[in-house]
Design a binder for this molecule. Structure first.
Ligand code: SF4
Length: 211
């Protein structure tokens, strides 16, 4: 296969993914911004399906950030346990809720650096929050995005911060939010971690890793 530039590769990737997944979107439930942020926190190493189920129960018991902040660690942990990493996610959810109540006046900051001050919120979740809530251009590099972008040839790195930069170099800013979701769709449907289905994959004509 002749070598093509990364920008050409990005263009082909964008077109093929949009054709394959025209309804691509964030798969976390989004009713209220603060609830989406909590779901983002719960999503670390957990499926979005599980997060949506567990958060439904959480917000039935604790419908707003004040009630989350006022609940004890044990009470929150008992509900979010199915999402795993219980102690760290409890600390993170509680820290987020108390900043909402005590520091941010109930408004989530549209600021990645400010959000990353919350215990347990890293760049991936901060980007998810500003992207989904404010449509601020930001790339969410999760495990699917990292894997598929390297296989396709958009990046040579396994390091999320570098993958994010490489994506930002070749995709226009107005594509950054969507390319994260499209990568997840590709990773779940064809480009699975074990045994990617390259024969059926819509990127197989130009993907670097095609097997
Ligand atoms: S062709 Fe294969 S390796 Fe490339 S993106 Fe598709 S499934 Fe993944």
């Amino acid at each position: 296969m002749p070598k093509i530039s990364r920008s050409k590769l990005a263009e082909q990737t964008w077109n093929a993914l949009n054709e394959a997944f025209p309804d691509s979107a964030c798969s976390l439930d989004f009713d209220l911004p603060e609830r989406l942020a909590v779901r983002g926190i719960l999503s670390a190493q957990c499926t979005d399906k599980r997060v949506n189920l567990t958060s439904k129960e959480l917000f039935e018991k604790y419908p707003d950030m004040r009630s989350v902040a006022d609940a004890s660690d044990e009470e929150i942990a008992a509900v979010i346990k199915p999402c795993g990493l219980t102690a760290s996610k409890t600390a993170s959810v509680k820290d987020f809720a108390s900043r909402m109540v005590n520091e941010w006046g109930g408004v989530i900051p549209n600021d990645v650096d400010e959000l990353m001050k919350v215990r347990g919120i890293g760049r991936k979740i901060a980007n998810l929050i500003v992207g989904e809530i404010y449509r601020t251009p930001a790339v969410v590099v999760d495990t699917h995005c990292k894997r598929v972008m390297k296989r396709i040839g958009i990046t040579d790195s396994d390091e999320p911060a570098k993958v994010e930069k490489d994506i930002m170099k070749v995709f226009e800013e107005d594509k950054w939010i969507a390319i994260g979701h499209l990568s997840v769709d590709l990773g779940r449907t064809y480009c699975k971690a074990q045994s990617p289905d390259c024969w059926a994959c819509p990127l197989s004509d130009f993907c670097r890793r095609r097997i």
